[in-house]
Design a protein around this ligand. Structure first.
Ligand code: PMP
Ligand code: GLU
Length: 383
C-alpha cells in the first residue's frame, strides 16, 4: 500500500468521540468533554429547507464547485461580515471544511515544500501535509504566550522552501484567537516573504468576552495569497451534513476545482440547500454563542478549582485547554484512566503536538459540565 497512507496516524479526535458515543449507546453515563461538535440539534429552519429540497427533487449532482446561488450567498457573507473581497468565482463548496483544508494543502504545495504549522494544532493538519508529501515545520507556541505565534519565532522558521503558513483561529485545541494588530504583524511578514496562508476560521462565530474576529484575507491584498476555510459544522450544528467551503484567488480556485471534479464531484445537493437557509439567519448564531459563553464560564471556574490542574482561558471555540503536568501522568494516561475509572472523556493533547495538556470541550450541558468537574476532582484526589 501507499507508504504515505501507512505513515498516517489515526484521528484521535474521531477515535475518542466514537468510543464515547458507543459507551453512551451502551447506557454508560459518560460525560462527554471530547466532542468536537455542538450538542445542539441542527436548527429546524435548516432541516425544513433540506426536506423541501428532497421533496422538490433537488437531488442530483450540482456544479462541482457548488450551486451558483450558494456560492453567491457565501461570497456576500464573506464580503459583508469578513471584509474579504470575493465573488462567487472565488468559492468552492466542499464536503466539509476538512476537505477544503485538504484540497488547499494538496493544491498549494509540491513535494518537499515546507508548511509552517503552529502547535498546538488540530490533529488533521500534519496528516494532510504528509498526504501531500510536504515537509512539516512545526512552530511551537507557549502557554505563557497564550499559545499565540511570536513574530520573531515565525521569522526564524521561514526558509527559502517555506510555502504555506497554516493559521487556525479561534484555535482548535487551545481556543486562542488573534487581534487585528497581531494578525497585521503576521500579514506584513508573510507578504514580505511571499508565503501563502491557509486561514481556517471555522470557529469564527464562537468568540467570548467581547473578542471579535478579524479575517486574515481582509488585509490589503491578502486575499491574493490566502485560502480562507470556513463551513457550517460548528456554527449551525451541521457536522453530519458534510458541507464547508474555501475562498481564494480565482487562479487557485480554478486549479483546485479540478480536484473536486475528479474526487467528490460535488457535495450533497440537499446539504447545499440547508446551507443556503443557514446563511439567511443571524438569530441562531446569537443563541448558541450565549449558551457557549455561559458554559465557557462554568468550565473555566470548575477547572480552576481543581487541584493540580492549570486551565488556559480560551478566547473562542468550544474547547478549553488544560495543563495536567502537575499530576505527573501523561495526557494519554490521564485521559484513559479518567474515562475508564470515572466515565469522563476528553482528548489527550499528544496528538495536537502538546503533551502534558488535555482538551476539554464544553459542547455539553451545564449540568454535565458540573458533574464532569466533580468526577475530575474525585479522580485527582485518588491519584
Ligand atoms: N478545521 C478545524 C479547526 C476543525 O476543528 C474542524 C472540525 N472537524 C474542521 C476544520 C472540519 O470541519 P468539518 O469538516 O466538519 O466542516
Ligand atoms: N474537529 C473536531 C475535533 O477536533 C471534530 C473531529 C475531527 O474532525 O477531528 O474534535
Amino acid at each position: 500500500m501507499n507508504p504515505r497512507i501507512i505513515c498516517l496516524n489515526q484521528s484521535s479526535t474521531l477515535k475518542i468521540t466514537a468510543l464515547t458515543k458507543k459507551l453512551r449507546q451502551q447506557g454508560r453515563d459518560v460525560i462527554n468533554f471530547a466532542a468536537g461538535e455542538p450538542d445542539f440539534d441542527t436548527p429546524s429552519f435548516i432541516k425544513d429547507a433540506a426536506k423541501k429540497a428532497i421533496d422538490s427533487g433537488f437531488t442530483k449532482y450540482t456544479p462541482s464547485r457548488g450551486t451558483v446561488i450558494l456560492r453567491e450567498k457565501i461570497a456576500a457573507k464573506l464580503q459583508q461580515e469578513n471584509k474579504i473581497p470575493v465573488t462567487a468565482e472565488n468559492i468552492i463548496v466542499t464536503s466539509g471544511a476538512k476537505y477544503a483544508v485538504f484540497v488547499a494543502i494538496f493544491g498549494l504545495i509540491k513535494e518537499a515544500d515546507e508548511v509552517i504549522l503552529p502547535s498546538p494544532y488540530w490533529v488533521s493538519y500534519p496528516e494532510m501535509v504528509k498526504l501531500a508529501a510536504g515537509t512539516l515545520k512545526v512552530l511551537p507556541t507557549k502557554a505563557s504566550d497564550n499559545f499565540k505565534i511570536k513574530i520573531e519565532d515565525l521569522e526564524k522558521a521561514i526558509t527559502s522552501r517555506s510555502k504555506v503558513l497554516i493559521l487556525n483561529y479561534p484555535n482548535n485545541p487551545t481556543g486562542a484567537t488573534y487581534s487585528y494588530e497581531e494578525l497585521q504583524e503576521i500579514y506584513k511578514l508573510v507578504r514580505k516573504r511571499g508565503i501563502f496562508v491557509i486561514s481556517d476560521e471555522i470557529y469564527e462565530k464562537l468568540v467570548y468576552d467581547g473578542s471579535s474576529h478579524v479575517s486574515f484575507a481582509s488585509f490589503d491584498g491578502a486575499a491574493d495569497f490566502t485560502v480562507t476555510i470556513n463551513g457550517f459544522s460548528k456554527t449551525y450544528s451541521m457536522t453530519g451534513w458534510r458541507i464547508g467551503y474555501l475562498a481564494a484567488a480565482k487562479k487557485i480556485i480554478d486549479e483546485i476545482s479540478k480536484m473536486i471534479d475528479h474526487t467528490t464531484s460535488c457535495t450533497s445537493s440537499i446539504s447545499q440547500k440547508g446551507a443556503e437557509a443557514a446563511l439567511g439567519d443571524k438569530e441562531w448564531q446569537e443563541v448558541i454563542k450565549k449558551e457557549f459563553q455561559q458554559r465557557w464560564d462554568i468550565l473555566w471556574q470548575g477547572l480552576s478549582s481543581c487541584p493540580k490542574l492549570k486551565p488556559i482561558k480560551s478566547q473562542g471555540t468550544f474547547y478549553m485547554f488544560c495543563d495536567i503536568s502537575q499530576t505527573h501522568l501523561t495526557s494519554e494516561d490521564f485521559a484513559s484512566r479518567l474515562l475508564e475509572e470515572h466515565l469522563v472523556s476528553c482528548i489527550p493533547a499528544e496528538s495536537f503536538g502538546a503533551p502534558g495538556f488535555l482538551r476539554l470541550s464544553f459542547a455539553t450541558s451545564v449540568e454535565n459540565i458540573k458533574k464532569g468537574i466533580d468526577r475530575i476532582k474525585k479522580f485527582i484526589s485518588q491519584l
